[in-house]
Structures are given as C-alpha cells and as structure tokens.
Design a protein around this ligand. Structure first.
Ligand SMILES: CC(=O)N[C@H]1[C@@H](OP(=O)(O)OP(=O)(O)OC[C@H]2O[C@@H](n3ccc(=O)[nH]c3=O)[C@H](O)[C@@H]2O)O[C@H](CO)[C@@H](O)[C@@H]1O[C@H](C)C(=O)N[C@@H](C)C(=O)N[C@H](CCC(=O)O)C(=O)O
Ligand SMILES: Nc1ncnc2c1ncn2[C@@H]1O[C@H](COP(=O)(O)OP(=O)(O)OP(=O)(O)O)[C@@H](O)[C@H]1O
Length: 488
C-alpha cells in the first residue's frame, strides 16, 4: 500500500507525503524491517518516540504517533493520529487487506475457560466442515491443524500479528477462525478492526486488577467484544451477563446450573472417561459425552455448541464433535490407551496452587490410587516452590515420583532434595525420586493399575526438556503413550 493511501485509510490529513510503498506496520523498533511503518506508542514504561531513529536506521518509511515530543524532529514522514494503538490496529488491518471480513470470526473472552472454549469451538467447526483457524494462548493454527507459536508468549498478540495471522489464514483457505481475546488485548486495541461474527462470554471474576484497576474497568474492557459482535453467546450462570444482554444485535444464552437459558445442560455426570450430560437446546434435545475432566467444562461445551450451531453445525455434528474432542494439548490431556490400563493425564500444572487444583479435580473421579509425577525447573525461577511442590504432591496423591523438569545448570540432585525435604518435613514417605524423566514415566505407568490415575505434571505441551546444558526434544504425551504400550 502506498503511504498516501495508508494515510487516507486512517483518515489522517498530512501534508505532502512521499509516494513510498508501505509493506507492513510494527509498534516495536526492534522488529522494523525495510518498508515498514513504525507506530510510536507512549506506553507504561517507554515512549516509542525515543526509538524513531532506530526505526529509521532499520529501514522504516514512516512514523505514526500522537505527536512528536517538544523539540524532537523526525527523520521520517510523521503522521499524527489521535490514538496510536488504534492507528496501529487500523493500519495493520488495512495493510493485511482486512482479512477478518473474509472469515467467520468467533471471539472468546472471560476470566477462565477462554483457551478450552476456543479449542473446542474450533474442533466443532471443523467437524461441521468449515476450514477453521485458531489463535489462542497455546499457539495458533492455520486450517492445516499444525500448532505454531509467536516468538513471545501472548494470549492475544499485538494487532500486526493478529492481522497478519488472519491474512495467512485466509491465504491458507480458512473460512472461519476462533480467536481468544484477552482483556489486555481489548483494552490495548489489539483486536480492534477485527470484524466479529460471534462473541462468546465464559464468565468473569476479579483478576488482572493490577492492570485494569477495578473490576468495573475489567468488565468494561471485556464487554467491548460483545458490543462489537453480530451475535453473542452469553453465560446465564454469570452475574455479569445481565449487563451484556441486548448489546449485540442477536444473542443466545447457556446454563449448566438450571437458570433460564436457550442452551441448558442437566444430568451431569463426571466419570473417569469424561463428562456425560443431557442438552436441551434450540436445535433439540440430545445426550452428550465429552472426554474431558472438570465439571466446569460443561459450561465451556455449551458455549462452544451454541457458537458452532450459530455458524451452521448440525446436531449430529455437534454430538460427534464433542465425543471426538481430544482436549487442549497439555491441559488435563487424557492420554488414550487401549485395553485395561491406568488413566494417564498430562497437565501443565507447575506451581503449588495449580498442582493442588489438578490433583483435587482428579481425586474426585479416581476409584483406585492417585499417582503424580513432577519436577521443578532449575535456574533462578522460583526455587522457593520446590519444597511446597513436594508437600502438595505427597498430601494430595497416594504416591509421588519426583523427577527432572528443565533443571538446566542447577544440579538435579539439589532440586530433588528440596522436593523431598518438603514432603519429609510434613511427615510423609509416599514418594520416590527417579532423575531421568523417561524412566520415571515408565516406572509410574508400570506401577499403576486399572482404576488408578497417573498425573504427569509440569511439562504439558512444551516440546523441549532442558537437561544440564542440553535441550532435548520432548513430547510428554508420546512418552506416556510409549510407556502405556510397553505396559500392555
Ligand atoms: C500490561 C501490558 O499488556 N503491556 C503491554 C504494553 O506495554 P507498555 O504499555 O508497558 O509498553 P512499553 O514497554 O512502555 O513500550 C511502549 C512502546 O515502545 C516500544 N518499544 C519499547 C522498548 C524498546 O526497546 N523498543 C520499542 O520499540 C514498545 O514496543 C511499545 O510499542 O504494550 C506493549 C506493546 O505495545 C505490550 O508488549 C505489553 O505487553 C506486555 C509484554 C505483557 O506482558 N502483556 C501481558 C500482561 C498480556 O498482554 N497478557 C494477556 C493475557 C492476560 C491473561 O489473561 O492472563 C495477553 O493477551 O497475552
Ligand atoms: N468455564 C469455566 N469456569 C470456571 N473455571 C474454568 C472454566 N473453564 C476453565 N476453568 C479453569 O481455568 C483453568 C484455565 O482454563 P483455560 O485455559 O481454558 O482458561 P483461560 O481463560 O484460557 O486461561 P489462560 O488465559 O490463563 O489460559 C482450567 O484449568 C480450569 O481450572
């Protein structure tokens, strides 16, 4: 796009602009490449205007900002905009060709459940035959199903990455996309200029108040998604929904607690194989089975069903889609086994509170013994959590196995000793230590019996294991599957 056309697309009246080609836009001077426009943002820590020279040296062709600081001149054409973050999003969308207009876009927001609901909705849409992309905390996928990661960890990355990813999805033949929208993203305009077809609301509890200040601000940021969508899927069990009703031109509601709603789930049973429930909905009544752990996932399922139904999924496709859902990689992921075997779960939990939550959830559906395998990372990251991890593991599981988990240059023995200390000081002896993670996984899966549950905690979807100075390719689910095969 030529620079004068970009200015016109942003409604900016600037004097004589050079007729140069703008190939993209970025807010980060370190990411500038020849031909990009640089948006100078006044952030909480830095003023992007101090990086204009750096951007120019790297080949930027223009700068967008809310006004040059007094006494500063720009070596590049400077376009004054009202709001730099909004301009970043608008420019990114224009330069990417407004890809969201060519897609059915489902946005998911809420305090918890965004990632799960995004993955499930993506799965249901694919079951319904729509080529669907995904952008979530766990990574992003074009319709080919291969998970990719942005260089920095984000739930919703900055607008240029959002728009460029949507453009790539359109290029790869996507018809729909499911996009997880964090409150930070909505507050900082990262998903402005996305044309939303469906907004899904999971629920809201006090969180991130360091950033938003008050729960009302937090709500107001999240509400933007519902305000901007053509259709809203609202949770009738969430107190905030009353304030969301009527904001979108059309809406549907869901409940797993017996509140009046279009989509209702009842007769909920949580079994070792997953969740079983009965759905009453505008598309009829049906029995549903979802191979996931955790009762709250019924709410996520209802939200996904309603969103996918709105985009054309039939009842048969919805039922089949729920039953074939494999979960979110590395999040309470059930490892499938053939024949009589213990239930094996891979989960990312690597802090004492998340380990506590995961083990408590699993205890509820374990008839036999509950086993847990875990380590703790080396280096400066939270050495204080090692002993508490040992305590939680031996309190909530019947048997714990301590092993390696990215110990890097910290001696593994020191980490294992700390975990053991946490257990011993609480008076417990129900643990063993096996340094090599593969051997430890094989050991615990060999020892466990049908009816038992084995939680492999800490690594989740990570694809490497950092042992001393080595970085080893790693796939925890594959390790578990191999161990299950060796067992049978
Ligand atoms: C709290 C928050 O979201 N902060 C975001 C905000 O940072 P900021 O206002 O402090 O920006 P800043 O660091 O002062 O920099 C100002 C400008 O100078 C630029 N800069 C800065 C330094 C430099 O050397 N060169 C340079 O160009 C920056 O790119 C930026 O454009 O704007 C930056 C880009 O403009 C974001 O990268 C940054 O996200 C930070 C990295 C972050 O950690 N965000 C997290 C909290 C976040 O967004 N999380 C949510 C999920 C939350 C959840 O549900 O758990 C997410 O969607 O991932
Ligand atoms: N609908 C829900 N209601 C309450 N809690 C939930 C719900 N869905 C998930 N959770 C809890 O939140 C945890 C995180 O779930 P999920 O990753 O889907 O949420 P998220 O909003 O994407 O959070 P994050 O951005 O931190 O990944 C789950 O392990 C579970 O404990």
């Amino acid at each position: 796009m030529r620079l004068p056309d970009l200015a016109a697309a942003l409604n900016v009246t600037a004097g004589d602009l050079p007729d140069v080609e703008v190939v993209g836009v970025t807010h980060n001077a370190q990411w500038v490449k020849p031909g990009l426009a640089f948006v100078a943002i006044r952030g909480a820590k830095f003023d992007g205007h101090s990086f204009i020279q750096r951007a120019a040296d790297a080949g930027a062709v223009a700068v967008l900002g809310e006004g040059l600081p007094a006494g500063q001149s720009s070596p590049l054409p400077y376009l004054t905009v009202e709001n730099a973050r909004e301009a970043l999003a608008d420019a990114a969308a224009a330069l990417a060709g407004n890809p969201s207009r060519a897609l059915k876009v489902v946005g998911i927001t809420g305090t918890d459940g965004k990632t799960t609901t995004s993955w499930l909705t993506r799965h249901l849409l694919r079951e319904a035959g729509l080529r669907t992309g995904l952008l979530s905390t766990v990574g992003y996928e074009l319709p080919d199903g291969q998970l990719r990661h942005f260089p920095a960890h984000f739930t919703t990355p900055e607008a240029p990455q959002v728009q460029e990813t949507l453009r790539d999805m359109v290029g790869a033949g996507a018809q729909a996309v499911v996009l997880e929208a964090s409150s930070h993203a909505l507050a900082l305009h990262r998903v402005r200029a996305v044309d939303w077809d469906v907004a899904v609301w999971t629920h809201l509890t006090s969180e991130h108040l360091d950033f938003h200040g008050t729960v009302e601000n937090y709500f107001a940021d999240k509400r933007k998604l519902v305000e901007r969508a053509k259709f809203a899927v609202l949770n009738a069990d969430d107190g905030w929904t009353a304030k969301l009703t009527g904001l979108a031109p059309a809406e549907t509601t869901y409940s797993m607690e017996g509140n009046p709603a279009h989509w209702q789930a009842g007769d909920i049973e949580e079994r070792a194989t997953g969740l079983h429930f009965h759905v009453v909905s505008p598309t009829g009544e049906f029995g549903a089975q979802l191979p996931m752990i955790g009762r709250f996932n019924v709410a996520n399922a209802l939200a996904s069903l309603a969103a996918a139904h709105h985009l054309g999924a039939t009842t048969a496709q919805l039922v089949a889609g729920l039953a074939s859902f494999r979960g979110v990689p590395g999040r309470m992921e059930l490892v499938h086994a053939t024949g009589a075997a213990p239930r094996v779960i891979v989960d990312f939990a690597h802090t004492p509170p998340s380990l506590e939550k995961a083990l408590s959830t699993l205890r509820a559906t374990t008839t036999g013994k509950l086993w847990v395998l875990l380590g703790s990372a080396g280096g400066p990251r939270d050495p204080h959590k090692r002993a508490p991890l040992g305590e939680v593991a031996t309190r909530l599981a019947d048997q714990a196995v301590f092993t390696e988990e990215d110990h890097r240059d910290t001696p593994l023995l020191d980490i294992l000793n700390e975990m053991q200390r946490g257990a011993r000081e609480a008076g417990r002896r129900n643990f063993t230590s096996i340094g090599n993670r593969r051997e430890a996984i094989r050991h615990v899966i060999r020892q466990a019996q049908p009816g038992d549950t084995v939680l492999l905690a800490g690594k989740g979807p990570e694809d490497t294991l950092e042992r001393d100075t080595e970085t080893i390719p790693w796939n925890e689910v594959r390790e578990a599957r191999n161990a299950l095969e060796q067992r049978s």
